[in-house]
Write a new protein. Structure first.
Length: 309
């Protein structure tokens, strides 16, 4: 059963249902049956404005083997009492619980992911880690070896469904379904969601990738370029040349941009104050943070929050 939260991702929805339909087609048997549920029990609206008719309401869910929460934009306000009650009631009857795209947010709200590995769409990583520090957030495309299954959305949902088909009915059917989907790049669960720096920019320089990795892991307490250079075994001047040659900016500018991008995600996706966001992204002064944020994005941080609200 799929619980369709308002503004759910239609891409993830299709990638979840179609592999099951194709498995039935290829096997010439009803291996899988599925149904949909929504808050009102009549229809659910996807983020692309399409409507899907559903069979059940969140507060009247029938017994199922699997229950997947599927959400998308605005997931931070998606955990309605009916949805949480439906999830907990289903879990109490032995239903296997899962989440797709941003759906892990709902399960974390329900307290079901504490001390578990979980996957969520990469765009939610920063806000998710701030709000749910007890969850062991994974960068993987999906996590299927926990009691609660999670996938990061998009085509990662197809990867998860193919994995579940193969686990239940064998690798031959899994591959046959993938062939029917013309899907020749099936990923294992431990594959990372985002393409590497090397893939995005054609960069193969080990020093540069190590420097950026250090920046990404020290956003709250920024490291000086000179310290980064010393750690990776080159001079500060060499580090400056690497960033200029490959990324057309200085290490300092790249690091500030990285921190501001995280700040924007936190402002948009969480209820954190501007001051909290400033400190969480390594800015010692909220006033200084607001000034460079406006320069970068053309809007002040407090206006950004108001605009989103």
């Amino acid at each position: 059963m799929f619980l369709l939260v308002e503004n759910f991702s239609h891409l993830a929805f299709s990638c979840a249902v179609e592999p099951l339909r194709i498995a039935n087609l290829v096997a010439k048997a009803d291996l899988y049956q599925w149904s949909f549920a929504s808050e009102n029990g009549e229809f659910a609206l996807a983020s692309n404005a399409s409507e899907t008719r559903v069979h059940h309401a969140f507060n009247k869910l029938p017994r199922a083997d699997y229950l997947f929460i599927l959400s998308g934009l605005g997931v931070q306000s998606a955990a309605t009492p009916n949805l949480l009650s439906g999830i907990r009631s289903s879990r109490a009857t032995g239903t296997r619980i899962g989440a797709l795209c941003s759906g892990a947010y709902v399960l974390a709200e329900a307290g079901l992911l504490n001390n578990r590995r979980a996957a969520i769409h990469w765009d939610y990583h920063d806000s998710f880690m701030e709000e749910f520090p007890l969850v062991n957030l994974s960068k993987s495309v999906f996590v299927a070896d926990e009691k609660i299954i999670t996938a990061s959305g998009g085509t990662a949902t197809a990867d998860l469904m193919l994995h579940l088909i193969g686990r239940k009915h064998g690798a031959d059917l899994e591959m046959a379904v993938a062939d029917q989907m013309v899907y020749n790049a099936v990923r294992e669960g431990d594959a990372e969601q985002r393409v590497s720096l090397q893939s995005r920019h054609g960069i193969r320089n080990e020093h540069l990738t190590r420097a950026i990795s250090m920046m990404s892991s020290s956003i709250e307490s920024p490291i000086a370029p000179s310290e980064i250079a010393r750690e990776i075994g080159i001079s500060t001047r060499q580090l400056e040349r690497l960033f200029g040659r490959h990324l057309n900016c200085s290490p300092k500018k790249y690091f500030v941009d990285l921190r501001l991008q995280k700040a924007q995600r936190l402002l948009v996706q969480t209820d954190m104050s501007v001051t909290e966001v400033a400190f969480a992204t390594g800015f010692k002064s909220p006033t200084h943070f607001s000034k460079i944020y406006r320069v970068q994005f053309g809007v002040a941080p407090n206006e950004q929050k108001t605009k989103i609200d």
